[in-house]
Design a binder for this molecule. Structure first.
Ligand SMILES: NC(=O)c1ccc[n+]([C@@H]2O[C@H](COP(=O)([O-])OP(=O)(O)OC[C@H]3O[C@@H](n4cnc5c(N)ncnc54)[C@H](OP(=O)(O)O)[C@@H]3O)[C@@H](O)[C@H]2O)c1
Length: 250
């Protein structure tokens, strides 16, 4: 059986990835703070199981993954994928005007949780003969500085370096595991709504992002998810350590 664990499935890109995988007979385990009733009620070839978790809470995240791993260890698995998609963009604010709580949550969700989860994941499956596929969702913000996105750019850049390093280790260890990055570019999601609602004093490029919406430049999440899911369904096409972007396709 094919299984995929996807973080951030309550809405946006994660919800689209989960549904497209389920349509392709992959059983999805989704995580987010809120539920996704549409996925839970969906009558598709692949099943959906939801775990409510706040990824900012690392202890809760660890406990949740222990439960997921224990469940999966009882299943007959021939394909196991992990899609780390959940993230937040806030705080959108210049440095010097943020709270420590905002920064802690941000770094926990965007960087520490993916690191803790990857570590548990590789340990859990080390002695099993299942080649793993892991994908981390990145952003163009990892590679360029944006006024007000100091936290977001830093955690996405950290995630990029982390993913590259894990890829290097897995290659040297000859595990056959593959980990890669996927850049979805700009999409029409709540995250973009939050970006547009920032004050120009917090985010100087806010007008440009408002124009992306009015000029219909934001991609639909189903279209973007389809690009990633096509690759996930063709595991032999995945290159360990790859940087894959929706812009490579269109
Ligand atoms: N939208 C864009 O234009 C864009 C561009 C480049 C990269 N990206 C990246 O694409 C990915 C998906 O973004 P999106 O636009 O789909 O975002 P979104 O619509 O805001 O959805 C974010 C998802 O992450 C989950 N999440 C956030 N905080 C969480 C927490 N503390 N605990 C558990 N789950 C949490 C949310 O679930 P709950 O709120 O229910 O917890 C939700 O399911 C992210 O990695 C983002 O950085 C987006």
């Amino acid at each position: 059986m094919k299984y995929a664990v996807v973080t951030g499935t309550s809405k946006g890109l994660g919800a689209s990835i989960a549904r497209l995988l389920m349509e392709a007979s992959v059983n999805v385990i989704g995580l987010a703070r809120s539920k996704n009733q549409a996925l839970e009620n969906a009558d598709l070839p692949g099943s959906y199981q939801h775990y409510q978790v706040d990824l900012a809470n690392i202890e809760q995240t660890e406990k949740t993954f222990f439960k997921i791993i224990n469940f999966l260890k009882e299943q007959p698995i021939d394909s196991l994928q992990l899609v780390q998609n959940a993230a937040l963009v806030s705080p959108i604010e210049q440095v010097g005007k943020q709270t420590t709580e905002q920064l802690t949550s941000h770094v926990h969700v965007n960087l520490l949780a993916p690191m803790v989860i990857t570590n548990l994941w590789l340990e859990a499956w080390r002695d099993r003969d299942i080649p793993l596929v892991l994908v981390n969702i990145t952003s163009g913000a990892a590679k360029r500085s944006v006024y007000g996105w100091n936290a977001y750019g830093s955690t996405k850049a950290g995630l990029d370096r982390y993913t590259d390093t894990v890829a290097l280790e897995q290659e040297k260890l000859e595990t056959n595991n593959k980990i890669f990055l996927f850049d979805p570019s700009i999409m029409d999601t709540d995250m973009q709504g939050e970006i547009r609602s920032a004050d120009p004093s917090q985010f100087v490029d806010v007008e440009q992002f408002k124009n992306y919406k009015t000029e219909d430049k934001l991609r639909n999440t189903d279209v973007v998810a389809n690009v990633l899911v096509k690759r996930l369904l063709n595991e032999s096409s995945i290159k360990n350590g790859d940087y894959y972007s929706v812009k490579d396709v269109f």
